[in-house]
Write a protein that binds this ligand. Structure first.
Ligand SMILES: N[C@@H](CCC(=O)N[C@@H](CS)C(=O)NCC(=O)O)C(=O)O
Length: 217
């Protein structure tokens, strides 16, 4: 059995808890039934020389597996999925990969942009002007995704690694009602989040935040 460790931030403020991208990796490992340990870095340690040697951009997640280091949540999940038929069924390999890219490359940018506007830069004046257009862009993607999901339980009918990426991407706008505007999408996200593996991943990530919570001065 390989020794697997997932790196995430030791603590983030409540608005970001449950959104940091190590959650995706934990979820994939839980679905695959692969045990793993957690490693935490302080958010201000991410620019340290030591951590940059692990991740050139100083972000999380990183996965360590038997002395090898992997970066990029999509690539890490692909590597896990390659070993697990539940995550990447043999007859749906290309489709799974295509929808993994769709989640990361077609859907995530506009949703992440809105998250930045609303949650990270909300005290900056430009966001007031930019926000309506950003919301339109999100709606556009969500409408298309919701139309695709009509009559499908998961992106490819059955659950795959692509759903891990898509569901965690959709969570970036959980501070809005945008997903709830689209009933098939809303049910889809709830279905994904109800999976025991997702719940376990969320618990493991949250346990770190409890353990590492800053002590009030
Ligand atoms: N494309 C990367 C993005 C990683 C990323 O941006 N991670 C965030 C946390 S969810 C981070 O570490 N942010 C800190 C920073 O940007 O300095 C991936 O999917 O792994």
């Amino acid at each position: 059995m390989k020794d697997i460790a997932v790196w995430g931030f030791a603590w983030v403020p409540p608005f970001a808890q449950g959104l940091v991208r190590d959650l995706r990796v934990r979820w994939a490992l839980e679905e695959a039934g692969l045990p793993y340990e957690s490693r935490w870095i302080g958010i201000d340690q991410r620019t340290s020389e030591g951590y940059r040697r692990k991740h050139p951009f100083g972000v999380v997640p990183v996965l360590d597996s038997d002395g090898e280091t992997m970066i990029e949540s999509g690539a890490i999940i692909y590597a896990i999925a390659e070993q697990c038929d539940v995550l990447m069924p043999r007859n749906l390999r290309i489709e799974t990969l295509a929808w993994m890219f769709a989640a990361l490359n077609t859907v995530e940018p506009s949703l992440w942009n809105l998250f930045v506007i609303d949650q990270l830069k909300n005290d900056e004046a430009w966001t007031t002007l930019r926000r309506p257009g950003a919301v339109d862009e999100v709606r556009d993607r969500l409408a298309a995704l919701s139309a695709w999901l009509e009559g499908r339980e998961y992106l490819l009918g059955r659950f795959t690694a692509a759903d891990i990426l898509m569901a965690t991407v959709l969570r970036f706008v959980r501070h809005t009602n945008l997903v709830a505007e689209f009933s098939p999408l809303d049910s889809y996200l709830k279905r994904c989040e109800a999976r025991p593996a997702f719940q376990a991943a969320l618990r493991n990530q949250a346990a770190g935040y409890v353990q590492n919570a800053p002590v009030a001065a």
